[in-house]
Design a protein around this ligand. Structure first.
Ligand SMILES: Cc1cc2nc3c(=O)[nH]c(=O)nc-3n(C[C@H](O)[C@H](O)[C@H](O)COP(=O)(O)O)c2cc1C
Length: 189
């Protein structure tokens, strides 16, 4: 697929077939991630791959976090739906920024963190495009923030969690989601 076709045909996939993903495919997706550009070439990413054998524990941590929000009467957004998707996906990759302590502590690096988070975003997008090229569906998940502490504790991570991405063979072919028009979001001076 050429790059424009890959970009245009990618969709967030929220239904996966009950079919494992080979480690080779997962590695190819991760290799695409680490080719992303990064501010000062800091490569501020660290990936933790969760496969089916650890999925139940991951979902347990997610649900524990969500329950805490519920008990406090707080909104839980789409987190329960995202959890169900993570429960289905054969692979979920958590992405951390190894330069930044987790959100419980004050940021020491200020704007550099903004740069690092952009770099991690590029890596995550590369994973999505690589997956699309390989016929693998992906879902970018920030609902993991509803269980930030629970997931970091379970994963034994003290660094900044940025997102998770679930991968699997797609069991749906959604149409393109709406986009603002180019005119709406562009100013040519
Ligand atoms: C930073 C980020 C966080 C996201 N978090 C979630 C999420 O937690 N759960 C979910 O179902 N989708 C999540 N998405 C997917 C978006 O809902 C999706 O990209 C958007 O609706 C556009 O649809 P498309 O990806 O099919 O073009 C996230 C996407 C991004 C970029």
């Amino acid at each position: 697929m050429n790059t424009f076709d890959t970009i245009a045909s990618r969709r967030s996939i929220r239904k996966f077939l009950d079919k494992p993903l080979s480690d080779e495919i997962t590695r190819r997706i991760l290799n695409a991630a680490i080719l992303a550009p990064s501010g000062k070439n800091r490569q501020p990413w660290y990936f933790i791959v969760i496969k089916e054998d650890k999925r139940e524990q991951m979902v347990k941590a997610m649900r524990a976090g969500i329950e805490k929000h519920k008990a406090r009467g707080e909104k839980i957004g789409s987190s329960e739906n995202s959890t169900r998707i993570m429960e289905q996906a054969p692979v979920t990759i958590f992405v951390f920024n190894p330069y930044e302590d987790n959100h419980k502590k004050r940021s020491t690096s200020g704007l550099m963190n903004v740069v690092d988070v952009q770099s991690v975003g590029a890596a995550i997008q590369n994973m999505h495009l690589a997956a699309q090229d390989l016929g693998i569906g992906a879902l970018w998940i920030c609902d993991v923030f509803y269980a930030y502490d629970e997931l970091c504790d379970w994963l034994g991570q003290k660094k900044q969690m940025i997102a998770a991405v679930s991968f699997g063979y797609p069991d749906e072919q959604p149409g393109a989601r709406p986009r603002k028009s180019l005119d709406e979001v562009t100013l040519w001076l």
